[in-house]
Design a protein around this ligand. Structure first.
Ligand code: CO
Length: 424
């Protein structure tokens, strides 16, 4: 790899430190020239906003983002669903940094609209194959030992529109059915210690307190492993659209199972075969059969810059940025290709690298103004490698909606604009 190459290329850390590509000669920042004529708010002039008093405290008792960030919002695709009450919107992952999703930007997925529940009237009922059927108030739940964990929540349909080809031109619409927050709550296994469990209990039914009564079956091994009942996200009470005052957390498994506004857990000896695990959230295979109970969200990654919403606007040194995750554990490595998968470069992954949590990666690269085909490929701690769409289609065909974790391709055009494309 040579600096004289006319092609764009990835830069490893040693090259970056040793190289004249470092910021000074790459022209990222302008040197100070007092004689420069520019906008009146630019140095060396005093900006206009230094000449008057700003707002005092309490103008916004609950703080809001800067007015200049008003484009950073959840968005939906109106033609995807018939009604807003049973619909989905998308997290603007292309605008986010680090690995925490702000509460107000966490994508929404409702089946009967948002339930509005007075926490004083909230109850969680546990029944079925337990020693003691019990009803808990929110305060009762908060008396259990507390657990604080970061987990990603991904809808099984994230990327579901892309099975047959590139369809939606944006990071937000192809990857945005995901968020990553810190949950505060109690382990379900601790609640079960209180109710007791009959030996014949092999499954549970988790039922929501929304108008859809959304319900899913979960095997007992998962329930007692790491599932939680939570009442807070990122340090504050759950937002109404995320299940206030309490929801189920099913780490690494498809978002539909993370029952919001949870009102009841019944233990039984077989799965309950609800609508949401028979007619929906199954995977239609090429032989006409449908796979049920495909729960785990396999390793996946997305490049958020450059991306359709974040084009390249100048040649030279840039920091590629993205997110990776795996429902089976920690991210071990993320590779990025700038040439459609011919050559791969190992990125820098940024800690904390947590179990079943979004993980941030970056990679410096030099853009010469040529076309690039940008891809990311995640590898998790089990050794699982994120597949190409061809590899996935060989097993699954093209009739699936859910569980598309294939490698996506962003085409960077010579003018710096970026498109979602399908190779081959
Ligand atoms: Co599934």
């Amino acid at each position: 790899m040579s600096k004289k190459s006319k092609n764009s290329f990835a830069i490893n850390r040693r090259q970056l430190l040793a190289s004249s590509l470092a910021l000074g000669t790459a022209g990222v920042a302008k040197s100070v020239q007092a004689s420069e004529v520019g906008p009146s708010n630019s140095p060396p002039n005093l900006p206009e906003w230094t000449t008057y008093l700003g707002d005092g405290v309490d103008v916004a008792p609950y703080g809001l983002p800067s007015e200049f960030e008003s484009h950073v919002i959840r968005r939906n695709v109106p033609w995807l669903t018939a009604t807003a009450e049973s619909s989905v919107n998308f997290t603007p992952i292309q605008n986010l940094e680090g690995f925490v999703t702000p509460n107000g930007l966490c994508f929404e997925r409702h089946h009967g609209g948002v339930a509005i529940i007075d926490p004083n009237e909230y109850r969680l009922m546990i029944n079925g194959l337990v020693d003691r059927e019990m009803i808990f108030t929110l305060d009762d739940l908060k008396r259990f030992p507390q657990t604080n964990k970061f987990y990603f929540l991904e809808c099984a349909a994230n990327g579901g529109m892309e099975w047959r080809g590139a369809q939606l031109n944006g990071c937000q619409f192809t990857f945005g059915m995901i968020h990553n927050v810190q949950y505060t709550g109690v382990k379900l296994s601790d609640i079960v210690k209180e109710t007791g469990l009959r030996p014949s209990a092999k499954w549970l039914l988790a039922e929501g307190g929304d108008s859809a009564g959304l319900a899913r079956s979960i095997p007992i091994e998962k329930a007692l492993d790491d599932c939680m009942i939570v009442w807070a996200m990122n340090g504050e009470a759950l937002r109404p659209e995320q299940g206030y005052p309490a929801r189920l957390v099913v780490p690494g498994w498809e978002g539909n199972m993370w029952i919001k506004w949870i009102r009841r857990i019944e233990f039984g000896d077989m799965p309950y075969l609800t609508r949401e695990e028979t007619s929906k959230y199954t995977d239609l295979m090429t032989d006409g059969s449908a796979r049920m109970f495909t729960w785990v969200m396999e390793a996946k990654s997305v490049v958020t810059f450059p991306s359709p919403e974040n084009p390249l606007n100048k040649k030279g040194l840039h920091q590629l940025r993205g997110l990776a995750w795996s429902g089976r554990g920690k991210i071990r490595r993320v590779d990025v290709s700038l040439d459609g998968g011919r050559n791969w470069n190992t990125t820098n992954i940024h800690g904390p690298i947590l179990n079943k949590s979004l993980t941030r990666f970056t990679m410096p690269f030099y853009w010469s103004g040529d076309e690039m085909l940008v891809q990311a490929r995640a590898v998790d701690e089990t050794g699982y490698v994120q597949p190409t769409i061809k590899e996935l289609q060989n097993v699954r065909g093209v009739n699936s909606i859910y569980h598309n974790n294939s490698i996506a391709t962003w085409l960077v055009n010579k003018n710096g604009s970026v498109e979602n494309v399908r190779l081959g």
